[in-house]
Design a protein around this ligand. Structure first.
Ligand code: GN1
Ligand code: MG
Length: 374
């Protein structure tokens, strides 16, 4: 994706801001959209907004994307107000253009939107302590509860089959047989790793088909850095990055969170000896998550919590490997082997989760019985 900066004049033509523009900073910690903070000096001090370039190679229908986005953010905002929270700080708000649209297209054909910047918050790429993880678990559990009665038929699939692990496996097989840029022979070990876990990819979808797992409104990209924490209280107050809110399984959100937060290393760590799954983080996150979500989950949604962490980690590794085989066309990369590094990290993490599986099952059971006896 092109990373050329925004054209300020076009933005000022499309939106009316109070005060004088006084600068921007780049906030790109995601792999998909380009994100900036733009600042204005006003009589009441500096006011900032979040400017995002929507990646239309990934989100192919921006109209549908923004309909979802506005539907969900309006819904969250009104729920927050109903529950006595602060809608200005606990919900994302889309600013419309002067002509009332939720995004605009610049002269180069790039799509842009502007959302609120929430002051006095912090976000983390790495969980510095257990408390952060407990708050993160609580925040995603609460988010799931808030959206529990969002009309699911009003949601479009912004990326079809996003967490469909069977179709992710099929995409991998297609990339492998096409072997577009001749990389397959150099990643045989990784290919075998995926092939030997093919059966795992069908487990949750099988349970969904049998009606044992319910379809819910889920976030689908529950990385730690998609939570804004209040700088003083440490509470996770606002969930961001809502482009992939779609019908899904609660387990996708739980698993993806711990895939990211439970890793003792960075997502693209090259030194695999640093990669392991932190069971203390699992415990804290799960305690937080279940403290807000336990009553709304069925037995299968609880039983498969550890499995979901393994599966979402495997899925993410498969996606990185598939993109590597396809010639790096999806995720933003910083160097040629970046997707391969990310894939290897995910697979090392899968192996460690497999080793610790019984421990994770026991921990989950213990947390549930503690919560149920309270
Ligand atoms: C992407 O943009 P970001 O970093 O929040 C991706 C997720 C992956 C994640 C891996 C729309 O999320 O699905 O889990 O990278 N988002 C999309 O870090 O594909
Ligand atoms: Mg993100």
């Amino acid at each position: 994706m092109d990373t050329a900066l925004f054209n300020l004049e076009e933005i000022l033509d499309n939106y009316t801001f109070k005060g004088e523009y006084c600068g921007y900073s780049v906030l790109n910690n995601g792999h998909i959209n380009n994100t900036y903070m733009i600042n204005f000096a006003t009589d009441e001090g500096e006011k900032s907004y979040i400017l995002q370039q929507i990646n239309t190679a990934v989100f192919k229908d921006p109209d549908v994307l923004m309909k979802n986005y506005i539907g969900v953010t309006d819904f969250v905002r009104s729920k927050v107000a109903e529950n006595g929270g602060d809608p200005k700080r606990e919900a994302v708000k889309v600013y419309c253009t002067n002509s009332g649209n939720s995004y605009f297209i610049d002269k180069e054909g790039r799509y842009w939107r502007i959302i609120n910047y929430i002051t006095d918050t912090v976000s983390y790429n790495f969980p510095d302590n257990a408390e952060i993880c407990r708050s993160a678990g609580k925040a995603f559990g609460k988010f799931q509860q808030i959206l529990a009665d969002y009309p699911i038929d009003r949601l479009y699939e912004t990326i079809p089959n996003f967490h469909n692990t069977v179709s992710r496996y099929a995409d991998f097989e297609a990339a492998l047989s096409a072997d577009k840029i001749g990389r397959a022979s150099s990643v045989e070990k990784e290919i075998d790793f995926v092939k030997s876990r093919k059966a795992d990819c069908a487990v949750l979808l099988g349970l969904l088909e049998k009606g044992e797992l319910p379809l819910r409104v889920t976030h689908n990209d529950t990385k730690l850095n998609n939570i804004l924490f209040d700088k003083d209280s440490g509470e996770g107050i606002c969930i961001i990055d809502l482009d992939t809110v779609m019908p899904g399984l609660s387990l996708y959100d739980f698993g993806d969170s711990l895939r990211f937060a439970g890793n003792t290393a960075d997502e693209d760590e090259k030194d695999l000896s640093k990669v392991s799954f932190n069971t203390d983080i699992y415990r804290s996150y799960t305690e937080g998550y279940l403290s807000t979500a336990i009553d709304s989950l069925n037995d299968a949604e609880i039983y498969y919590l550890p499995f979901s962490v393994k599966l979402m980690t495997l899925e993410c590794g498969i996606r990185f490997l598939t993109d590597y085989l396809n010639g790096d066309v999806y995720f933003r990369i910083a160097h040629p082997e970046h997707n391969l590094d990310r894939c290897r990290t995910q697979f090392a993490l899968v192996e460690d989760i497999e080793k610790k599986y019984d421990e994770l099952m026991a921990l989950t059971e213990k947390i549930c019985s503690q919560l149920r006896s309270e």
